[in-house]
Design a protein around this ligand. Structure first.
Ligand code: GCO
Ligand code: MN
Ligand code: MN
Length: 389
């Protein structure tokens, strides 16, 4: 394996404890890999060259840990971070595993559950900040329904907003450098989840008390489950200044959340995504929210993690090649050519501009008759990706 695709800290590759730590249990079968401690997982990530490690509160500290157990775990986790040089850029709360959250957390119908979810999140924020996190993810794990008879969807949104406003004030009150990133998913584990797409969250954020503190954490698998174009969700988030974090993985459309290795399924989409992130200069984590196939052992988990990063770096190089390819660039220049004749109509509205625009005559048949060369452009892209350019 050539070294040019080896991960380096500046690539900002991160993994969750729950990703490389996934023991392979699914709805039909038990775990196939032994549980590893958080510290062991940090050493594994250090070995494969990751930059950072993220966690849910209970990935690190079990929900029923005693104070002594908590201290011991934290001590060995911090030592592992020191030994490997890994950092903790992001943290989050597990608001979905315990039965108390079976009907959601912040959107639960039960005020006690909602208050408990807030309390758990306050503690988890403290833990994340203590370990260095500056992004805090909210994935609405069970914020949804099986039947709409059970919950008023408007109440659910209002409750969720109230929780985020409360937590934003908490962060400000404590003086933490922490931004929130909201992660949408259309369904699973609930029949339907509220705020099911990144676009839905982008609208919701503007209704919060502190929208400037809140962005999104789009995930490939989740937008694909909704049948959407992930790149477009990412681009809209970026353009809105809201791309605070990203969950990279892969899978085909119309499946459950399979969390496969980045690039395992849709290489071309992965290519355009990497090219976008690199071209716009996204500086946040490249977080892999994925796990190894259930067929894998410990070494296979490392192959999985290395594969995510290596594919990203290869695609990054392909993006540079695309940007330098004379034939591709000539085609793009042609596609975007502008003879300046429409300049008088550009920019903000004025009554004069509108009048001039009305008076102009367009040759729509000639405009409609032109071939655009996209077939050639796409084939050139394919050949570049297939390595024959
Ligand atoms: C999922 C989600 C989670 C979240 C994680 C961090 O489908 O299970 O993608 O993995 O990303 O809880 O918020
Ligand atoms: Mn997911
Ligand atoms: Mn995710």
């Amino acid at each position: 394996m050539s070294e040019q695709y080896n991960p380096r800290p500046e690539h900002r590759f991160t993994f969750g404890l729950w990703t490389v730590g996934n023991p392979g249990a699914d709805a039909f079968g038990e775990a196939v890999r032994p549980d590893l401690s958080p510290a062991d997982l940090v050493y594994l990530l250090g070995d494969v060259g990751a930059y950072g490690v993220n966690f849910h509160d209970n990935d690190l500290i079990p929900i029923d840990a005693t104070p002594a157990e908590r201290n011991a775990i934290l001590k060995s986790f911090k030592k592992a971070l020191d030994d490997t040089g890994l950092v903790v850029p992001m943290a989050t709360t597990n608001l979905f595993a315990h039965p108390v959250f079976k009907d959601g957390a912040f959107t639960s119908n039960d005020a006690k559950v909602r208050a408990y979810a807030l309390q758990k999140t306050l503690n988890a924020i403290d833990l994340g900040v203590e370990l260095g996190a500056d992004v805090y993810v909210f994935w609405g794990g069970r914020e949804g329904i099986e039947t709409d008879a059970a919950k008023n969807p408007v109440d659910a949104i209002k409750r969720f907003r109230e929780a985020l406003n409360f937590l934003s004030e908490y962060v400000l009150d404590r003086g933490y450098h922490l931004r929130f990133a909201l992660e949408a998913k259309p369904n699973e584990p609930r029949g339907d989840l509220y705020l099911p797409t990144t676009g839905a969250y982008l609208g919701f954020i503007e209704t919060l008390d502190h929208p400037e503190m809140v962005g999104v954490n789009p995930e490939i698998a989740h937008e694909h489950m909704a049948g959407l174009n992930f790149l477009h969700a990412v681009a809209q988030s970026w353009e809105a200044g809201k791309l605070f974090h990203i969950d990279l993985n892969d899978q085909n459309y119309a499946r459950f959340d399979q969390d496969w290795r980045f690039g395992a399924q849709n290489l071309k989409q992965a290519f355009f995504l990497v090219k976008f992130l690199e071209d716009v200069g996204y500086t946040g984590s490249r977080h892999f929210d994925a796990h190894a196939y259930r067929t894998e052992d410990y070494d296979g988990v490392k192959d999985f993690a290395r594969g995510c990063m290596r594919t990203y770096l290869i695609l990054k190089e392909k993006g540079e090649q695309f940007n330098k390819d004379p034939e591709i660039q000539a085609l793009l220049a042609e596609i975007n050519a502008d003879d300046g004749s429409m300049d008088p109509f550009k920019g903000p509205y004025t009554p004069e501009k509108a009048a001039a625009l009305r008076a102009h005559s367009f040759n729509r048949d000639a405009l409609g008759a032109r071939g655009l060369g996209y077939e050639r452009l796409d084939q050139l892209t394919n050949e570049l990706l297939l390595g024959v350019r």
